[in-house]
Design a protein around this ligand. Structure first.
Ligand SMILES: [Zn+2]
Length: 317
């Protein structure tokens, strides 16, 4: 049976009816409103529009932030405050007329990559999403790792250096503070100040520089930009080496907007994993780019909804 996956983002809400094989059969897309009431109305409208004309068994919302999936509740969502604390299941099920679950967007992406993407065919996968921040999701022994509150997989907030930069979560030296898109932007601004004759410094003199500017310059062969990405990739690899040791995955899929840089980040990460993770765990773990891209929210949420409605991962967890 088909299901609806909903990607609730800070700027847009996308819903799609998805077939059991992962084909998106229909879609609806709206800008994300600011108020909680309008947000609920818009999510419900997107579900109804996407499911119109299909026999649909359930829906799942992929939401950014700290999610207590077992309570279907969003505790904290820094770019989407309107969704915090709402009883999403109770509010939306009557409006949408479907059983509904909530999941963190990166955990949903992990499940999507496991079902339809970079990890399809594998039983053990770690997904790391490099965006403005860093999120993650872990599929262990064929199940999405949930934790007691349904909040497991906060891989971006593992400390990789005790005295490192302050992270958005309040801790110091999180992986997110070294290897996220915003960390790459911050590092580029520091490096630009140290190298006033560089292309990064010339760009910084005209406007604020961000992570994507570094990728742009690096792809055109700029040495300093390449070095900034290599440094971020090295820190990413420090984190991944830990995840390889802890979870013993077959596939480590790295996605998110900052993966526009692709191998310019991943090559350094792989090298670091080989230096730090334990053999033979490190030898089996394939570190590669995620493949679902911007569809990971809708496809991952749909895969979760389908597996929940068929007595899959939720009943087993
Ligand atoms: Zn943090």
């Amino acid at each position: 049976m088909s299901v609806v996956g909903v990607d609730v983002g800070a700027s847009k809400i996308a819903a799609g009816t998805v077939s059991p094989s992962g084909e998106i059969l229909s879609g609806a897309r709206y800008p994300t409103p600011n108020s909680s009431a309008e947000l609920l109305e818009t999510i419900a409208r997107a579900i109804l529009e996407a499911s119109d004309g299909f026999e649909v068994g359930g829906a799942c919302l992929a939401v950014p932030g700290l999610i207590l999936a077992r309570e279907n509740r969003v505790i904290y969502s820094p770019n989407l405050h309107a969704i915090e604390g709402i009883r999403l299941k109770e509010e939306l099920e009557p409006k949408a007329g479907l059983p509904l679950t909530i999941e963190n967007d990166n955990s949903a992406a992990a499940w999507g990559e496991f079902r339809f993407g970079a990890g399809s065919g594998a039983g053990h996968l770690v997904f790391v999403g490099l965006g403005t921040g860093i999120g993650g999701g872990v599929v262990a022994d064929g199940s999405l790792l949930s934790g007691v509150q349904g909040a497991a997989g906060e891989l971006g907030h593992v400390t990789v250096q005790t005295t490192g930069p302050r992270c958005a979560c309040g801790n110091r030296g999180c992986l997110e503070a070294f290897a996220s898109g915003s960390a790459i932007g911050r590092r580029a601004r520091e490096v630009a100040a140290e190298h006033p004759d560089s292309a990064l410094a010339r760009l910084a003199a005209r406007r604020p520089i961000h992570g994507e500017d570094v990728t742009d310059l690096a792809q055109r062969g700029d040495d300093l930009a390449l070095w900034v990405l290599e440094e971020a990739g090295t820190w990413l690899g420090v984190g991944l080496a830990g995840f390889v040791n802890v979870f013993n995955p077959e596939v480590v899929a790295v996605g998110g907007g900052a993966m526009e840089a692709g191998e310019l980040i991943l090559k350094a990460a792989r090298r670091e994993v080989m230096l730090r993770a334990r053999p033979p765990l490190r030898d089996l773990a394939e570190i590669k780019a995620a493949t679902l891209g911007s569809k990971s929210g809708v496809l991952g949420a749909a895969a979760l909804a389908r597996d929940a409605s068929s007595g899959g991962y939720l009943l087993g967890s």
